[in-house]
Structure formats: structure tokens, C-alpha cells
Design a protein around this ligand. Sequence first.
Ligand code: XIL
Length: 383
Amino acid sequence: MIKRNYLLVIGVAVSLVYGGCSGSKKVSSSTGEPSLKEAFKNDFTIGAALNATQIEEKEPNAAVLVPAQFNTITPENIMKCEIIHPEWDRYNFDLADKIVEYGKKNNMQLVGHTLIWHSQLSPFVRQIQSPDSLMQFFSNHITTIAGRYDGKIHGWDVVNEALEEDGSMRKSIFLQKLGDDYVVKAFQLAQKAAPNTELYYNDYNIEQPKKRAGAIAIIKKIQAAGVRIDGVGIQGHWHVNKIPLKDIEESILEFSALGIKVMFTELDIEVLPRNFQGADVSQRVASNPALNPYVNGLPDSVQQQLANDYESLFKLFLKHKDKVTRVTFWGVADGNSWLNGWPVRGRTNYPLLFDRQYKPKPAYYKVIALKTKEGSGEGKKPF
Ligand code: XIL
């Protein structure tokens, strides 16, 4: 009885969120209508990155939408060094423990992001001078965090963004002080501390041929050392009307030929002007009204192009569903996407499948239709 009442409440809440007052089409997972996770349940998991407010369930719309639509989650920031390991001998696991509980309660896989990354490091790490001390931090950090969550977390982005655009190793503090082998070392430490957790290498633009070759070299080096790597994460921060479908397909094939899982880990499609590709968080562009053209709404033509781009991408993911194991969006709804603040601050961006009211956008319906329409997708109804 309690369970039935609970389901009823959820069902009503979901209907409220999606039905809203604009009269847009209703979507509900609890009434048997499609949700992303149900639509693709035989293909790959579908995820979203959550911010701290969402993890704490302080955002009512997200609290309903996330469990209804997604079966895997990634913390957008709270497992990064600057939050989880603020001082040499102090860790702060509050929010990380909360996302573990949140995932468990809602039956969602959790991907830890990220153990080793040059960005969002705590200030104390940048002050470390000697290679020995940096190695001590490196080892403590991985062992403590990966060890704490082993058995509670599905996978870790062990190393994030270790490559330059030309495929060479990024000149990060880790490369400079620990040398070329630091990536292998990170996986070795993670494997030891977290034998039950999948281990991934994650980066942006690694669908591009030169950078992809660098990623393949890293993966082969880890494998040649006899160390475990379970998957590669192609971040997938792309731009409307410029989705590199051919490069993406080649990457799926080449990475999976290494015997590892392929994941799209930070998917979003930028609709605003930008003159570079990728997601280097240190790149900043001064704000200027010409760079923020859709403050009052997205023109129909762009909305349609965005929907078509998402449809093409998901068609490709479905074509390779035996190799692609997860597709995670970098955010839940347009209003909380990081692309409203990067690389230009204060813009109004529209990169995700749900709008600022948490209602599904045309792109959502096109993606879902790949699995529900007669004759599309694989010709079978998943519901
Ligand atoms: C971004 C977050 O979304 C922002 O909130 C934060 O200010 C900067 O980092 N590649 C990654 C992610 O691996 O961790 C980044 O997340 C986006 C690019």
C-alpha cells in the first residue's frame, strides 16, 4: 500500500513537471510513457551530470526528472580535488557520500569524476615543489578516494584530459614532475585500491584523429604494463551543425578494437557562437552581446538543427550499441548547463534535451522516436 501511494505521488509529480502549464506533451516513466532510460534500456545506459544542489535534492524539478529519465549519474564537480581533498591531510566526503546514497536510493549507476586532472586542483597541490611530495599526494589521493568508494561506485574517470590537441602529453603539473608514466601509475594505484570498480580514461576532442592517436597510445601503454583499463570516455562537447560524425564513428571502432568499452561521458551541443572546438576549461572569451544572441529564446531553425544533430548522434550510438555502453549528458536541463558560463560568462545557452522549465525539447522527442516509431530504430518497441 505504502509503495502504491508512493508511486502515485511520483506519477503525479512527474506529470506536473512535464505537463506544466504550457500544455507541452506529457512524458512520464511511471505511467508507461517513454523516458530516456527506458527507451534505451537494451542499448546503453543514459546519464546526467549533477551539481551539488541536485545531489542534495534541493531542486524540486530535478529531484523528479533525474530518477525518471536517467540510470547513471556523474557528479559535475564535487568529487574533484578542490572539493574532496582541500588540504594535504584533509578530505571532505560530505557531498560525495550523498551522491552515493542518492544513486543507491534511485537504483542508478554512479561514475566518479575524476581522480587525476590538472584543473580544479586544491591550491596546496599547485604549491608542491618536489616530485617526491607530488607522488605522495598522487598516491594518497587515489588510494584514499578510490578505496573509500570501491564497491559503492560503478566506475572512475581515473585520468581526465592528459592530452594536448596534437596527441602529445599535456604539459601538466603531473607530466612535468612525475614524468610520462604518471597515467599508468594512476591506473595501477586505482586498480589496487578499487578492484571492483571500472577504470576509465576520459578526454575531449579524442574523436579527432591526432588526439585520438594519443589516447590510443595511452591506452596501449596501460595495457602493455599489465594494468587494467575498462573503458574510454569521449566527452562529447560539440557544436550545433558541426557534429564530427565520421570521426566519432571511427573512434568508436578504433577504441573498441582495443578491447575496452566506449562511453560518451559529457554530451552537450553548444548553439552559441564560439571560435574553437573542445572544452579546455582554462580558455575564456570576453563577454559581448553578439556572442549571446538568443537571450529571449532559441529560433526555430536552430531548435530543429539541434534536434537533428541529437538524432544523428543517437542513430550512430545505436548502430554501435554493442560497443557503446553509456551516454551521459553534462547537465540535466539548459538552465544549469556549464555552457551558460563557459567560455563566455553570463550567456543563455540551450545545449541539452530539457529546457529551462525542465520540459522535453524537440531534440528529446527525436531521440526517443528512434526507439518508438514504427520502422525507425531497430524496428521494435521497447515499452
Ligand atoms: C566543468 C563543470 O561543468 C563546471 O561547473 C566547472 O566550473 C568547470 O568544469 N571537462 C570536464 C568537466 O571533464 O569536469 C568540466 O566540468 C567540463 C569539461
